[in-house]
Design a protein. Sequence first.
Length: 300
Amino acid sequence: MRDFGGGFGYLLAGQKWVFRHGRWFGFGLLPGLVAFVLYAAALTGLGFGADDMVGWATPFADDWSSPWGGLFRGFLTALLFSLGLFLAVITFTAVTLLIGEPFYESLSGQVERSEGGTVPESGRSLAQELWISLRDSLRVLGRVVLYGILLFALGFVPLLGQTVIPVVGFCVSGFFLTLELTAVALQRRDVDLNRRLALLRGRRGLALGFGVPLVLAFLVPLVAVFLMPGAVAGATLLARDLLPEEPETGPAAEPEAAAGHTPAQAWPEAPAQGTAPAQTWPSAQGPETSPGFGPPPAGY
């Protein structure tokens, strides 16, 4: 957990980067705004229709005496809306990244350029990138739902469910949120989902330090929209730490150096005509027959 502060530092660095580059901040807001409108419409429809859905699903409660029927259906209505809100929170990032794949890919590439070096290219088409993102997002969502069901059940345990389980829930959500956000930069480096999971598990404190504060901020309406561009920028910086670039290979002489050989001394260029050479070298035919060279020094 010693990397927790480092992960939070990457989150702040990403937010600072987009505020220093205002054009990219506005550019990165568009996918989040589109996703927010879609989710707001869906949750509003769920809020108005939850009563009817619960009533349709529980016909057996029609004959229950008051107030038990109303209390039972009210509890189920609140549970249904809470479930919808939970799904909205855990899927918002994935949906926003899918909607804004070209936007966030460009933003992440610009962050890479600003840090120096070349921008890695996967060589895949946009359709292939979208398919890989969708497939990986569904796999991550499946893991999150399984963890969510387990934590929801443990939430009914006295004392433990009101203290430890909420903390664990935020940590799980933060880890998978970091996994989703770093996918933009790591997928460009051809790092698949299994390897991304291994990288983040090896730096769990870094992942939690980045993702947990972001999860807490995303609970406030509209905050996720304004933090998404900086979150993508910060996740790109974090990805460079998880998978630093290898040094570029030099010219063809490097294999010899790698094998323990020292490069041969370069042969001096021939002096210009009319100038005295700084040093004379015997030719292959012998010094006596070599035109333009004097006799070799004594003791040669």
